[in-house]
Structure formats: structure tokens, C-alpha cells
Design a protein around this ligand. Sequence first.
Ligand SMILES: Nc1ncnc2c1ncn2[C@@H]1O[C@H](COP(=O)(O)OP(=O)(O)O)[C@@H](O)[C@H]1O
Ligand SMILES: [Mg+2]
Length: 240
Amino acid sequence: MVAVGVAASTRLPAGDRRAIVARGLSKRFRKGDVRALAGVDFHADSGSMTAVVGPSGSGKSTLLYALSGLIELDAGTVEIDGVTPASAADWVRLRSRHIGMVFQDDWLLNRLSAAENVELPMIGVERSARARRARVQELLTRVNAGHFGDRMPAGLSGGERQRIAIARSLANRPKVMLADEPTGELDSANSRAIVELLADLRAREGLTVVIVTHEDGIAAGCDRRFVLEDGRGRFVDRGG
Ligand SMILES: Nc1ncnc2c1ncn2[C@@H]1O[C@H](COP(=O)(O)OP(=O)(O)O)[C@@H](O)[C@H]1O
Ligand SMILES: [Mg+2]
């Protein structure tokens, strides 16, 4: 007998488990003797959208770097989608396949077209060039950029570039999206478009979104708000 339907997904429905669990994150920068993170506990449910807010210098970017393994912590543990990376190589694998990152500055490569920028993270992960190109087109359409994949970044507006950066961050179907002030350099119309896009991705694909923002409108649209002050963090209820 031939077994059928064995490839049942092991993914649980959104909300059934934690996509991110971070405990006791501590980071002191020797330069300036700054305690950027002073024992921060953070978590996010699968498919949730969390705003990270707090004054400039409070540790928001450092928290996102910690959640993506881009800085060496003095103490603390990070678990992403049930995995606790044990080595730099583990983090590289996790970042390339499970974590999408978007920054205030889009970091697009200016010598590559918009479409090539989106394809770049797939090289080495998806072997088939044809599959890569299909995915690029799907992603460009997803971020409303289907008509300018051939253009070079220098010819795009800030909002268009940030949409390309988001498409690129989604290239390898991450479960978690970490966005550090992704709308910081955009006007309010473009900013709204980016946030609607992230909310839509969360709703349709169960993406877990953590977004650092200074904008109350964005934070209000998130499920939860995490406030950082002097390297200490806490969740606050909406309006509280
Ligand atoms: N690479 C670094 N070297 C030294 N100090 C740093 C470094 N990165 C951040 N800091 C300091 O750590 C604190 C938190 O920074 P950051 O996480 O960037 O804050 P935020 O994103 O909330 O503005 C600040 O005082 C900042 O100056
Ligand atoms: Mg910052």
C-alpha cells in the first residue's frame, strides 16, 4: 500500500506557540560604558504584531540585533520558532531562512536591479533559477512593485525602495520579521502603505512581526506594545 498525505505540516496555527522567546538579554557596550540592554525579557506569539517603542538610545535597535543574533550578548537566551541557536553558523542559517530583517535605511545594492536585490538572499538557498525568478515576481507583486522590478534602486522613491527591501526580507519565507523603524524616512502616505503591507503579511501568512517605531499610529495598530527605557523593557496594554 502507498501512504498518502504524510506530509502533514508540523506548523501550529497562529497563537498556538511562541515564535520568539528571549530571556535576560544583557548587553553593555564598553565604548561609552553603556548598558544598552539590562536584563530584557521579550516574547512574541506566532502570527502576532508587536511594536517596540521607547526614546532614542533606549536599546530598541540593540534588542532587534540581539533577536537576530547580530550582536554578542553578555547574558541571555533567544529562541526563534522553537530553535535556540548554539553557534554563529546556527544563527546564519536561522537568519537566512527564518528571519526577515528590514531597516530604516533599505540597504539595497545600487548596482543590482530591484528584482535582483530581491533574488539575492535566495542564491544558495533555492537552487533552481526558474523557481527563484518565479518567487521574485510573486514577491514584487505582493509589495505592489510588480511593474518596476527591472528598475535600478537609484531611480526609485523612498517608499518604493522600502517595498523592495521588504520583498527581499521575505525571499526565503521567514517566520519572523524584525523591522527597525522601517518607515522612519517615509512620508505618512508611504509609511501607512508599508504598515498595511506588514499587517497583511501577518494576516495572510502568519508572519510574526516585531516593529520598532516612533509613530503612535503604527504602535496602535499592533497587538502589543513593548516599551524600552534605559535598557529595561516591559509590555504595556494598549492605551496603558
Ligand atoms: N556599537 C555600539 N557601540 C557603543 N555604544 C552603542 C553601540 N550601539 C548602541 N550603543 C549605545 O547603546 C544604547 C542603545 O542604543 P540603540 O539600541 O541603538 O538605541 P535605540 O535604537 O533605542 O535608539 C545607546 O546609548 C547607544 O549609544
Ligand atoms: Mg535604533
